[in-house]
Design a protein around this ligand. Structure first.
Ligand SMILES: NC(=O)c1ccc[n+]([C@@H]2O[C@H](COP(=O)([O-])OP(=O)(O)OC[C@H]3O[C@@H](n4cnc5c(N)ncnc54)[C@H](O)[C@@H]3O)[C@@H](O)[C@H]2O)c1
Ligand SMILES: N[C@@H](CCC=O)C(=O)O
Length: 543
């Protein structure tokens, strides 16, 4: 077979399209939204390349228009989980032996399909199924997903190129083998790019995967799988199943060939799964890799030297874009007393202009939250704050689920920096603000650092460079992604590798070389060109 030391095309970030009135992308997206609304999609599981229809149909509704039906998916059970594990194990050796450049080609092609002919399909599916605006869908499902695929190919080649040195007469080599078994990818509802990245990153490194998406993101998961298949991904490499989380978990974590877990979702689910894996550790043939990016209680702290308008804009975008359902969303903020009135006036002015409604109306900045349990939880937290002596709702507070799960962008002002909503992740458009005495900046940093179990994202707004330096140093473990004079959301693959520590996860940084390293098990090979033929060493010789 002809060989070469191939170089992959250098990865570049996919340009974000504007969708401004009159642009071709806007017209194309509107057409696709109409097309998806006019049919009911029938969505099968994909196991070993086969479409599996169980007849147990679960209907899919846009969170912003619950009466409309987008289609249904076929629910599986334990038997389908086994079938998916078997299919992954069957496909494993052929896929692991395929030359890396062919694996790379498949995923580079998937990125080009995504950025080209599938762009408006994946965006429209994300807008309708997960209630995202056109812009939020574009930066996630089209651009970030294509970036994950292209940059990961580059990281794969960097990993393979990392080779040891060799002494005289010796050649040392390291092979980066896929894990010995199958990988399980369990993905969240909120980012289509994450749903696509979690199964594809281990697959790119030669692993085969069982993938269970969130039940509230099946509509876009189906398109992701269509793209992988269109790109030429062989049968059985990624197996898409729809069954309840606990059912899938029971079967997967009991299996002796379970070799890796790629998770993004809540801290609670991750911690319970980690325990299960620990309890079952004696069952596995190899120590499983566990990678999990989880919750956050992300902060903005403004210093008295800040620019009020910049802080206000970061608050509105950072807390309320995608209804606050980003793990990175600003959900607690610390404002200096001397600047609070000015910042608050600017926030209120921006909120007065902000529109909420269905994503098909492009004037809307916000859409609906994902489902009824999320809506009910957020509503009860807001109601509690309205009654609580330490809290005051100073913006929004309205909740209405008659048409869709709409929650107004809500701000709670608290006198207690440890008030419930300063500590708990709510995952919705609710921001809590604590106003501190300007003279107590240092104490406020301490409180901020010790308030929540998380360590995902955070931002400081200040002009004073001594303050910026001190804040970055004092909050060194409070965030895995730290922003200076910018909102704490919107990390870009290849530019701001993303992930947090403490309760926020294993911090393996999605879309980075660190993450890709977790999906290989290196084998070191030493070859001796001149092997010794005598057991004696020179020091043993007679003087
Ligand atoms: N740190 C990050 O990079 C990052 C990114 C996106 C989302 N998140 C976090 O994800 C959460 C929101 O997403 P979500 O609501 O989809 O999370 P989730 O934890 O409810 O669900 C994640 C996945 O786990 C499955 N699941 C739920 N309960 C399970 C159980 N008991 N056993 C097995 N599987 C189970 C779900 O079906 C879904 O596929 C937030 O906490 C957010 O902060 C983190
Ligand atoms: N990477 C995204 C958040 C992903 C979590 O939901 C951001 O930086 O905003």
């Amino acid at each position: 077979m002809p060989k070469g030391v191939f170089q992959v095309p250098p990865a570049k970030n996919e340009p974000v399209l504007s969708y401004a009135p009159g642009t071709p992308e806007r017209a194309e997206l509107k057409k696709q939204l109409k097309a998806y609304r006019s049919v009911e999609m029938d969505i099968p599981m994909i196991i070993g390349g086969e479409e599996i229809r169980t007849g147990k149909k679960v209907s899919i509704h846009p969170p912003h228009e619950i009466k409309h039906c987008l289609g249904h998916y076929h629910q599986g059970d334990e038997a389908h989980v086994h079938q998916a594990i078997d299919a992954a194990l069957k496909a494993r050796s052929k896929w692991a032996e395929m030359s890396w450049e062919h694996r790379a080609s498949i995923f580079l092609k998937a990125a080009d399909l995504l950025a080209g002919p599938y762009r408006q399909k994946i965006n429209a599916a994300t807008m309708l199924g997960q209630s995202k605006t056109a812009f939020q869908a574009e930066i996630d499902s089209a651009c970030e997903f294509a970036d994950f695929l292209r940059f990961n190919v580059q990281y794969m080649t960097q990993i393979y190129s990392d080779q040891p040195t060799s002494a005289k007469d010796i050649w040392n080599r390291v092979e980066y083998r896929p894990l010995e078994g199958f990988v399980f990818a369990l993905t969240p509802f909120n980012f289509t790019s994450i749903a696509g990245n979690l199964p594809s990153a281990p697959a790119m490194m030669g692993n085969t995967v069982v993938w269970k998406p969130s039940k509230t993101a099946v509509y876009s998961a189906h398109i992701i799988m269509e793209i992988f298949r269109e790109a030429g991904l062989p049968d059985g490499v990624i197996n898409l199943i729809f069954a309840s989380g606990p059912v899938v978990a029971r079967e997967v974590f009991d299996h002796p060939d379970f070799a890796g877990f790629h998770f993004t979702g809540s801290t609670e689910v991750f911690q319970s799964i980690w325990k299960t894996i620990g309890e079952n550790i004696h069952r596995y043939k190899t120590y499983p890799r566990i990678v999990g990016e989880t919750g956050g209680k992300d902060f903005i702290i403004a210093h008295k030297s800040c620019n009020a308008q910049e802080v206000a804009t970061a608050i509105v975008r950072g807390a309320f874009e995608y209804q606050g359902q980003k793990c990175s969303a600003a959900s607690r903020a610390y404002m200096p007393a001397s600047r609070w009135e000015e910042i608050n006036n600017e926030v209120q002015a921006q909120l007065a202009e902000l529109k909420m409604g269905p994503p098909e109306d492009f004037r809307n900045f916000m859409n609906a939250v994902i489902d009824e349990p999320s809506f009910d939880k957020l509503e009860s937290v807001i109601k509690e704050a309205e009654q609580h002596p330490e809290a005051k709702v100073i913006a929004g507070g309205g909740c209405d689920k008659s048409v869709g799960y709409f929650i107004e962008p809500t701000i709670i002002l608290t006198t207690n920096p440890h008030y419930r909503t300063m500590e708990e992740e709510l995952f919705g458009p609710v921001l809590t603000i604590y106003v501190y005495d300007d003279l107590k900046y240092d104490e406020t940093l301490d409180v901020l650092d010790k308030t929540s179990i998380y360590g995902l994202t955070g931002a400081v707004f200040a002009k004073d460079r001594y303050i910026i330096e001190k804040t970055a140093r004092r909050l060194v473990n409070a965030a895995g992604n730290f922003y200076i004079n910018d909102k704490p959301t919107g990390a870009v693959v290849g530019q701001q590798p993303f992930g947090g520590a403490r309760g926020s996860g294993t911090n393996d940084k999605a879309g980075s070389l660190l993450n890709m390293m977790r999906w290989v098990s290196p084998r070191t090979i030493k070859e001796n060109f001149v092997p010794p033929r005598d057991f004696n060493y020179p020091f043993m010789a007679e003087e």
